[in-house]
Write a protein that binds this ligand. Sequence first.
Ligand code: 48F
Length: 265
Amino acid sequence: MFDYVKMRPVEEHVISKAIINNALRLLDDIIQSDVVIVGAGPAGMTAAVYLARRGIKTLVVERRLSFGGGIGGGGILLPAIVVEEPANKILDDVGCKYEVYDEGVYVVSPAELIAKLASSAIDAGAKFILGVHVEDVVYREEEDKVKICGVVVQWTAIKLAQLHVDPIGIKSRVVVDATGHDAEVLRIVQKKIPKVRMRIPGESSMWASLGERLVVEYTGKVCEGLYVAGMAVATLHGLPRMGPIFGGMLLSGAKVAEEIAKELS
Ligand code: 48F
C-alpha cells in the first residue's frame, strides 16, 4: 500500500526550521486571545468546545504533555467513566459513544472521551499548548476594581528543573480556572491580589449527587476577567467532592462557556 523505500530524506536543520517557524507563528497568534482556559481536563476541554464553536478565540494551556486531566484515571483506575443525564447531550455533541447502565446513567470509555473532547475543541478552532504551567496572572486596577487580564506561563520543563528563566505573558479578555481540585489560578489570586478578597475553604467530603448539582450551580464568574469551572468550583465554594462521576464536570464546562459568551457578545 505504501512505497516504504521512497521515504523523503529531510535534513536535520529543515526539521528544526519547520518546527521553529510554525511554533512561533502559533505563539504570535495566541499571545492575545479572547479566552485562556487553564487546564485540559473534562471541564476545560468542554468549555473550549463550546467557546470555539461560538467563534470565540480560545486557548487552552495545560502543564502536562497530554490531554484529559483526571479523565484517564477517573474510573477508580478502571477503563470506564460514569456520566449522568443531561450531560449525555454533551457526549452526543462531541460524538462520544456511551452505553446505558441504568435510567439516566451512562458509561463511557475514558480514552474515547479524552480523544473526542480534544478533537472537537481543535476542530472548532481552539488552540492547545501542552507542557506549559500557569504560574501567575496579569492584572489591572481601574477605579479600585481588580480585573484579571491574562496569565503568565512557564514551560513545565523549566519549572521542574528549577531554573530561573523569565516567563511569557499572555493577554486575554477572560481567564478560566479549570485546574481541578487544586484551583491553582484562584490560589494565585488569593495570595497575590488580596484586594479581590478571595476565600478558598477547600472541598468538603464526598456526597456525589449534591456535589454534582452544586458544582454546576456555582460555576461562573469570580471577579472581573476570571471565571471558574470544574472541581475548582468545589474548592472555591467548599462543596462536597463527588468521586468518579463526570457529568458535573462536563456541564460545568458547558455552562462557563455559555456565561462567557454572553459577557463577550
Ligand atoms: O483535574 P482535572 O481533570 O480538572 P476538572 O476538569 O475535572 C476533575 C475531574 O477530573 C476529577 C473529578 C470528577 O469527579 O473529581 O478530578 O475540574 O484537570 C485539570 C487540569 O489542569 C492542569 C492539570 O494538569 C490537569 O490536566 N493544571 C493544573 N494546574 C495547572 C494546570 C497550572 N497551574 N497550569 C497549567 N495546567
